[in-house]
Design a protein around this ligand. Structure first.
Ligand SMILES: [Zn+2]
Length: 473
């Protein structure tokens, strides 16, 4: 009797316990979203971000799944479903953007909805149009993924998204209020395997050898120039990599960047942060107190920065930087305009590397074409004389391998202005940029147009691309 009663009591306790566990679990599940809201109200924190996993969406080795047309159709179909699965849609967009080799994904609000665009090899391609509802839920998901405040729509925000592919992938997100609503841009930054050595950039052997000689000196300034998007930062990173590999001694290599575009293990990288007063100039001053050998300043755009950089370049440091100018000698005019004395510039700068990026023809669908009269005329204006029967030259109309784009990847073209005795004299005399350019070419500088024309003759790029790149800058 007692035993039976005890057994019954035990069973009652077990049952009560089980019910209690179920009730508590239900309350926890029910309250978790509420807890996020409460936490946000009380502590101002955001819901935990999760990670996008693209593993199942990529073929082995990251090979493309399908051509641009198919990607477009799939995205349009997904966005047109009655209940749009935003998570699935965004995962697909990001996976395909990565697959297609895009550098940026733009979510651009328009008067009626949103345009989704990809930047591939420097050009923007429209992928799809979305409704306002899809746009709104996509933005919320992107902001939660990147730990941004999803409820703030009237201020710009910057963040990161963790994307899990077979390699480390750093995706930055920035949002900006526009007249039609918030615009978001995703940027793929740290792409393992996409880091390029100087040889990979497309610098011809002769120029490369001279450049190598200049960048492995213990001091001086090495400046890279070209318009926005001409690959200056990539060249700077590749140059630092070359310095590290060519110099036997252990060097303290420090960078000040805005933004840090690639995280590289052999560098000490500092991000400019204007909000807290960490400018290029201030960062550079602090770096100089830390016993550096080599310093990379992302960009020189003000007098203070150039003054400190020049001084550092004259006192035992090797300085790398970029300056926005139209031609290699144009860099000097830009720096003189900032107020630097010509004789100081003449002794500090070792060389200026001018560059542009050109989109390479897809080798799979490339076909021979004679140069058009227009192209012959335009080339003539740039100093390249061409016979109508010279060639062959090439163009591509697109195939499945190049996602119907006709182009695949990019190559750089370069001109190297070495600051020798003659350039030093010209600088001190403040010779005009055009004359300095002519004199440099006479003494052996291969101009950008010649480097690019060689690439067209080799069938790497089209004449059309060469003329676009040279005349648009
Ligand atoms: Zn092709």
């Amino acid at each position: 009797m007692d035993i039976a009663a005890n057994a019954a009591t035990v069973w009652i306790y077990v049952a009560a316990g089980a019910v209690a566990i179920v009730v508590i679990a239900a309350i926890v599940v029910f309250l978790t979203p509420l807890w996020d809201v409460v936490k946000r109200r009380i502590f101002g924190t955001e819901p935990e971000a999760d990670v996008i996993s693209l593993e199942g969406m990529l073929e082995e080795g990251g090979r493309p799944l399908s051509a641009l047309v198919t990607v477009r159709k799939t995205i349009v179909d997904m966005a047109a479903e009655e209940r749009v699965n935003t998570r699935k849609l965004l995962d697909y967009v990001i996976a395909q953007a990565w697959n297609l080799g895009a550098s940026d994904v733009h979510f651009t609000p328009t008067a009626d909805g949103m345009t989704l665009q990809l930047r591939i090899d420097g050009l923007l391609y429209d992928l799809a149009m979305f409704s306002r509802e899809v746009m709104a839920s996509a933005l919320i998901r992107l902001k939660i993924l990147s730990r941004l405040n999803p409820y703030k729509r009237d201020v710009p925000q910057d963040g990161r998204i963790n994307v899990d592919v077979s390699q480390s992938l750093d995706v930055r997100i920035s949002t900006l209020p526009t007249i039609h609503g918030e615009k978001a841009v995703l940027r793929f930054l740290s792409k393992a395997g996409r880091f390029l050595t100087l040889q990979d950039l497309g610098i011809d052997d002769w120029t490369l050898e001279r450049y190598h000689g200049l960048i492995t000196r213990p001091q001086g300034m090495v400046l890279v120039t070209g318009p926005t998007g001409s690959g200056k930062t990539t060249t700077l990173y590749s140059s630092l990599d070359a310095v590290k590999n060519r110099t036997a001694s252990h060097l303290n290599i420090v960078t000040i960047e805005d933004p840090v575009e690639h995280e590289l293990p052999f560098l000490n990288q500092t991000q400019v942060n204007e909000e807290v007063g960490l400018t290029f100039a201030k960062g550079l001053r602090s770096v100089l107190r830390q016993d550096p050998n080599v310093i990379m300043v992302g960009e020189i755009r003000d007098k203070e920065t150039v003054e400190i950089a020049v001084h550092a370049g004259l006192t035992g440091h090797l300085i790398f930087s970029s300056v926005h100018a139209e031609s290699s000698p144009g860099v000097f005019a830009r720096l003189l305009n900032m107020g630097i004395e010509p004789y100081i510039l003449a002794s500090a700068v070792s060389c200026v590397l001018g560059q542009r990026l050109m989109r390479k023809l897809c080798p799979a669908c490339r076909e021979e074409v004679p140069p058009s009269n227009h192209e012959i005329e335009q080339l003539g204006k740039l100093g390249v004389t061409l016979d109508p029967d010279e060639g062959p030259f090439f163009r591509s109309s697109g195939c499945a391998r190049c996602f119907d784009l006709g182009v695949h990847g990019r190559t750089g073209i370069f001109e190297l202005l070495v600051v020798d005795d003659v350039v030093q004299e010209e600088l001190v005399k403040e010779v005009r940029t055009k004359e300095m350019y002519r004199a440099a070419v006479e003494r052996g500088m291969r101009p950008l147009i010649d480097d690019g024309f060689d690439r067209a003759r080799q069938g790497v790029v089209s004449l059309e691309e060469l003329l676009n790149v040279i005349s648009s800058s």
